[in-house]
Design a protein around this ligand. Structure first.
Ligand code: HEM
Length: 499
């Protein structure tokens, strides 16, 4: 039997649309009463036998469960086009001037810049650990990219440093050569920051201006660009807290940056990094859907299952918990709290130091001591270290529990998400080991930097897991549908069934 193109689509769309209609009425995981035999009668004769069994199953599911309710309940029953929709929200997606999917280079751009952010975080950690962070006493966003070029300029730069509290109180013995080293560390950190700004912001503006990204991704790119700009400001705000003698006197601190500002800077870096990874993977996923729609049909079917809800929430919770643990680590680093209580699991004679020590009135600044609780939580090195231990172990055991749970529901989880969960377990084990070694060996630079890298790696696995478990978006579904239809048509064409 040979069918015209119009006949072919009429039959195919009738089947799919009748399913939509029934699904919208019943609002359940309705399985239609169309037998594989019937479907193969429609398609088999025209040479698409493969669609008769397994692919029919996928198409059935796709028709009923894949679209959000508000989408399929408003599908028109017209057979002229499967995507003829009445809902304003969906039709706005279809009619929008922005593409449904973004250019794959946007995905590469995000992931490449995420790797640069990873590097700058480690470089920032090394800058802090080598006590180089306060060597440049000014913030000149443009001209600061050029380092001193001759001895005279180096002398001038050194003179400026000699005015700083750090030189006066801690580094008065430092030579010009030693100064050059700490200057170079801080300068490279700032230069890499500028480079990331250029390498991310300019291409993002181009992609958005040329509408090579979906509207949602355009918002995300612009959001990340703003965060990068804001990070430059936060970086200087942090450095300033270690250069200003008044602020240091108020904090009653040696010349180091405020632990609050250090943690804010670290936290924002983690947020920028996670957003880049998440957006990059989202874009590449859209690209993969087009390349391999049938594989994603199966994955989306799994992701739509209610049985996966708990695991999805666990993954999001774990990402948040990892982030909070990392921020508590930032406080430990900012207060040099890793230099006390260098034993594990004990802190001194016990697992937990005495309450008097944990909530010492020394840290309170108000007469009625009403701030004693929170000041100790954030400013007392003993309490801050204990908090980091508790949060770290909670993160570890939650990852462990999620990993065990993932074994139990292995058949329900997409394979890639299952593998990521196993990887997260491995990274969590290494990270706790690194943390303990960093502590008991009194924070050696290499171990502390590796521990920081471990925290970012653990967060990466969590972000990947969340992306892999994310329910398909409406545009994902529309893309998938288009490309499945295209496959059917291509197959039909290949078999010379369309006139
Ligand atoms: C899930 C587990 C953990 C995560 C995500 C984590 C995260 C972090 C982060 C992000 C930092 C800041 C690094 C920096 O800014 O230089 C840090 C510092 C630190 N962490 Fe952890 N940590 C974990 C487990 C542990 C454990 C179990 C210990 C030991 C009991 C530990 C001890 C330390 C110490 C001593 C520092 C200060 C290092 C320094 O001064 O540079 N961590 N942690």
């Amino acid at each position: 039997m040979s069918l015209s193109r119009a006949e072919f689509f009429f039959i195919k769309n009738s089947v799919v649309l009748s399913c939509f209609k029934k699904a919208s009425v019943r609002n359940t995981n309705y399985v239609p009463n169309i037998s594989a035999k019937f479907f193969s009668r429609l398609t088999g004769n025209i040479g698409i036998r493969k669609y008769s069994s397994t692919r029919l199953e996928s198409l059935k599911w796709f028709s009923f469960n894949s679209f959000p309710k508000r989408f399929y309940s408003s599908i028109s029953t017209s057979t002229s086009s499967v995507l003829k929709v009445k809902s304003p929200s969906t039709s706005s997606i279809v009619k929008s001037k922005w593409p449904l999917n973004s250019h794959k280079y946007v995905g590469y751009l995000c992931l490449f810049n995420a790797s640069l952010v990873f590097s700058i975080v480690i470089l920032g950690g090394l800058t802090r650990l080598t006590e180089s962070g306060l060597s440049i006493t000014e913030w000149k966003p443009i001209t600061g990219s050029i380092p001193p070029l001759n001895e005279k300029q180096w002398e001038q730069e050194f003179e400026k440093y000699q005015e700083s509290p750090e030189f006066k109180q801690l580094n008065s013995h430092i030579t010009l050569d030693e100064f050059k080293f700490i200057f170079f560390m801080e300068w490279s950190h700032r230069l890499l920051g500028r480079t990331i700004g250029m390498l991310f912001v300019l291409p993002s503006l181009y992609f958005v201006a040329r509408r090579k990204v979906s509207l949602q991704v355009a918002f995300k790119l612009m959001g990340i660009c703003s965060l990068i700009g804001f990070q430059g400001f936060i970086g200087w705000w942090m450095v300033e807290s270690g250069l200003d003698a008044e602020q240091l006197a108020e904090r009653n601190s040696k010349p180091t940056v405020s632990q609050y500002r250090l943690t804010t800077h670290l936290g924002l870096a983690f947020i920028i990094y996670s957003s880049m990874i998440y957006t990059g993977l989202q874009v590449l996923k859209e690209f993969q859907i087009m390349k391999n729609p049938e594989k994603y049909l199966v994955i989306f079917k799994q992701l739509n299952s209610n049985k996966l809800k708990f695991f999805k929430k666990t993954a999001i919770g774990l990402a948040i918990l990892t982030f909070i643990t990392a921020m508590s680590g930032g406080l430990v680093a900012g207060l040099d709290a890793g230099l006390i209580y260098n034993t594990f699991p004990h802190m001194g004679d016990n697992y937990i130091p005495s309450t008097n020590e944990l909530f010492s009135p020394v840290f309170s600044r108000l007469k009625d001591q009403s701030d004693i609780w929170w000041r100790n939580m954030f400013e007392n090195p003993t309490t801050v270290q204990l908090n980091h231990r508790i949060l770290a172990l909670t993160t570890f055991f939650t990852v462990f529990a999620a990993h065990m749970y993932s074994h139990r529901i292995k058949s329900l989880i997409p394979r890639n998400a299952y593998i990521t969960m196993q990887a997260a377990m491995g990274v969590a084990m290494v990270q706790v080991g690194l943390g303990i070694c960093t502590l008991i060996w009194l924070v050696p630079t290499e171990l502390a930097a590796a521990h920081q890298a471990g925290a970012l790696t653990l967060l990466t696995t969590m972000v990947i897991l969340c992306q892999q478990l994310r329910k398909p978006t409406m545009s994902n579904m529309i893309l998938l549908k288009r490309f499945l239809e295209k496959n059917v048509t291509d197959l039909a064409k290949k078999n010379n069934v369309l006139k």
